[in-house]
Design a protein around this ligand. Structure first.
Ligand code: GAR
Length: 207
C-alpha cells in the first residue's frame, strides 16, 4: 500500500480528484495518510476532514524564520512515514533538504505543458493568462517529479487541452482542470502505487 501525503494551499479540487480516484478504484493500492496545508483557510482542509483524513496546517507565518518553518515542515512530514508526497496546488517552495531526502518521491501538478509556461512566476491563473496573451492554441497539464529547479523535474504524464478563442483565464483554468489535471494526477499516483514508474538518466520510463 502506497502511503501518500497531499500538500495543498487552496481549493483542493486536485485533492478531491485523488480522494474520488481512491474511492472509485481509479487509484489502487494507495492511502492518504495526511493532508498538509500552509494556509489555515484552505478549503482543501475541509475536504480532507469530511473524508476522515488527517488534516494539518503548517503555516510559515507561525515561525520565526523560513529555516524554522522548513525544519518543522520536514519533521512533521517525516513523522507520517509516507512513500510519496503529492503537491496538489501547493504554493510553497519546497526546501532543498526535503527534495534531497525525498528524491523521486515528490510529484507536482502544473497547469501547462511543461516546458511552456512554467518556472518562477507561473502558477495558477497566471499560467492561463500567459497562454491567452501569447495566442497559444493548445495547452494542458503536466505531472512531474520535483527536483531543485522550478518545474524542471522528470515528466511523468501530460495531457493536452485545446484553447478556445472565447476563453478567459478562468474558463481555460477550469477546462484544463477538468480535462487534464483531474485525470493525469490520479493516473500518475496509480502508476507509482503499482511500481510502474522509474526514473532513468533523468527521464521517466513507464512500464
Ligand atoms: C491547480 O490548477 C494546479 O495545477 C495549480 O494550482 C491549482 C490548484 O487547484 N498549481 C500550480 O500552479 C503549481 N505551479 P486546486 O487547489 O483546486 O487543486
Amino acid at each position: 500500500m502506497l502511503k501518500i501525503a497531499v500538500c495543498v494551499s487552496g481549493g483542493g479540487t486536485n485533492l478531491q480528484a485523488i480522494i474520488d480516484g481512491i474511492d472509485s478504484g481509479i487509484i489502487t493500492n494507495t492511502q492518504i495518510s495526511v493532508v498538509i496545508s500552509n494556509n489555515k483557510n484552505a478549503f482543501a482542509l475541509e475536504r480532507a476532514k469530511k473524508h476522515g483524513i488527517e488534516a494539518v496546517c503548517i503555516c510559515p507565518k507561525d515561525y520565526e524564520s523560513r529555516e524554522a518553518f522548513n525544519q518543522d515542515f520536514l519533521r512533521q512530514l517525516d513523522s507520517y512515514e509516507v512513500d510519496l508526497v503529492v503537491l496538489a496546488g501547493f504554493l510553497v517552495v519546497i526546501p532543498e533538504q526535503m527534495i534531497a531526502k525525498y528524491r523521486n518521491r515528490i510529484i507536482n501538478i502544473h497547469p501547462s505543458l511543461i516546458p511552456s509556461f512554467c518556472g518562477t512566476g507561473y502558477y495558477g491563473l497566471k499560467v492561463h493568462e500567459g497562454v491567452l496573451a501569447r495566442g497559444v492554441r493548445v495547452t494542458g497539464a503536466t505531472v512531474h517529479f520535483v527536483d531543485e529547479g522550478t518545474d524542471t523535474g522528470p515528466i511523468i504524464l501530460q495531457k493536452a487541452v485545446e484553447v478556445d478563442p472565447s476563453d478567459t483565464p478562468e474558463t481555460l483554468q477550469r477546462r484544463v482542470m477538468e480535462q487534464a489535471e483531474w485525470k493525469i494526477m490520479p493516473k500518475a499516483i496509480d502508476l507509482i502505487a503499482n511500481n510502474r514508474v522509474n526514473v532513468v538518466e533523468g527521464k521517466v520510463i513507464i512500464s
